[in-house]
Design a protein around this ligand. Sequence first.
Ligand code: GLA
Length: 691
Amino acid sequence: MVDIAEDGRTWLLSGPASSYALHLTDADELLHLHWGPRIAIEDAEALARDPLPGYWPFESPLDGREEYPVEGGPRFVRPALSVRTEERRGTEWRFGSYATQGDNELHLRFDDDGITITLHYRMRGDVVERWVTVENGGHARVELLRADAATWTLPDRDGWRLSQLHGRWAAESRLTTAPLTYGEKVIGSRRGHTGHQHLPWVALDTDATEEHGEVYGCALGWSGSWRMAVAQLPDARVQITGGAGYDDSGLLLLQPGESYTTPVFAGLWSEGGFGGASRTWHAYQRAYVVPDAERDRPVLFNSWEATNFDISEEQQLALARRAAGIGVELFVVDDGWFGARTSDRAGLGDWTPNPDRFPQGLKSLADQVHGLGMQFGIWVEPEMVNPDSELYRAHPDWVQYQPGRRRTELRNQLVLNLAREDVQHYLWDQLDTLLSSAPIDYVKWDFNRCFTDAGWPGEAYPQRLWVDHVRALYALLDRLRAAHPGVAFESCSGGGGRIDLGVLTRTDQVWTSDNTDPLDRLAIQHGFSQLHPARVMAAWVTDSPNTQLNGRVSPLRFRFVSAMAGVLGIGGDLTEWSAEELAEARRWVDLYKEIRPVVQHGELYRLRPPAGGLSAVQYLRGAEIVVLAWLQAQSHGESAPALRLRGLDPAASYECRETGEVHRGAVLLHHGLRTGLKGDLDATVLRLRRI
Ligand code: GLA
């Protein structure tokens, strides 16, 4: 809800447990008042009466207190907005008006000599969504050098710590926490996509644990280059500023009447520790971000690790029969089905089935897969082109390039300039035709290289391709979803290179990492779960020894229980699995289908982080509880510690389906549940029900 004070210049947005307040001074300075536990409008008014400290020659009282610091005037913090017109640079705004929408949105309008800046706030549960619109109302040209989505201000506390999710290819979303010191910590991507290197998320706390204490979190919904700067200012105030684009060299040029709307930067405050913050993020994404989140995601088979580029209809069918036999619900043909794509050197751009490999097109295979009782899916990478392709031979100017410079090939491919309308039309046409040509239920949408030569010869303001590429991607996905409502989409970028709240508003799940080693995955999944729910986290069981990465040998049990923590998939070469392995796989898939509603839609409690010994997660949904536990190695003959469960009713009793034992809630909460795990790489699934 939104409360407005009598002065019409103090606003309070509240969710079930938290509030956010701001105030406009008589001099039109927009100050941050409060972000934390739920308060009343009278509390916000009291905070608004606190006078600003005075100006000094060397300090500004505005620094660390403004909602959206613009460039210009007495400000020395990082500006969220930097604008250049024919005459000048910077912003000196006057308040225009405010408006509310529904019971949870607030819009504040400011004007600066023909430029309109609107700050938007929307409360969704306890998540505050913020974004900004800048409109050129009269200038011949307005150059947006920087337009961040928001600046977040934290309350005065001693000893802030910063948590982030860093990584690289095959080692994404690893959690790290360190004390914040004076100055700025900047994370982001200058690669054109979200990147494997950082998930666009930070969390700040002073003394929180997994289940207790204050945590602030911020996450950006943008799938291109981005930046977040976490600043500890000279008087120890902390601000987080973020938005699209990595540097300040120019986002867009606004012609008269044109406007730019930033991505959404979402933030939350929780006093339930890191676990509480994650559960709020998960609930928010399931309710407001992920399409059709209430639907279960099917168990899929993906052919990539089994067959690589060497594929044919007959061989895919052999895999499909085995997949159907173990209970798979969605069969996905990965790379290699189209154009001259027999290796990564050719074919990207030509989205028609390879006639040697699929002489009857994809429809024949899709029909047979459907005949086996499974859905059918394919892999595409529409934003790319191999120089060795029909598309590139016909349109060498459709890629990003700098005139007179080398075109940098990574994985033998170039990036199409999706900002061009002819490229947008081509891709729409190809993909719409493809999805109409066969009964396709699912698309794995990949993006396998970064931008390097982001030029656009002939275009007056080539810089805009960074933003317009992402807009075109979103528009294409939205249009395809509308035209083919039965098709689900997965966001992939060499594994987890494009995972963010922006892409998740139009994809059903994400490929978490190309690393399918079940032990490495536990750390990746631990980081991923800080922000994103199990409902979108695709995870496959692959072969042992692991062929993709590290050659680790692991039991099928461990591989399954690791992948069952998210959306289960199988990615091994099933034609090589023994009858016993297939029978065991069938049992795990059946078990997963049973626990799936709890895993995919329940509340997640991280019981023990993956740190060498025993690790475990718990999902809770109504009366149902699922515990997944993994023992990496048993040392010194010691048995694995009991797992203290969370979120239970201490006065209730819980029956464990695996052992038949009945446990008191209070005992499970305080003393814990024994897992019986032993040896190396052991794992288990425990189901409990309140009785
Ligand atoms: C990327 C993906 C893989 C696979 C290959 C195919 O690396 O992450 O899962 O689809 O492309 O080329």
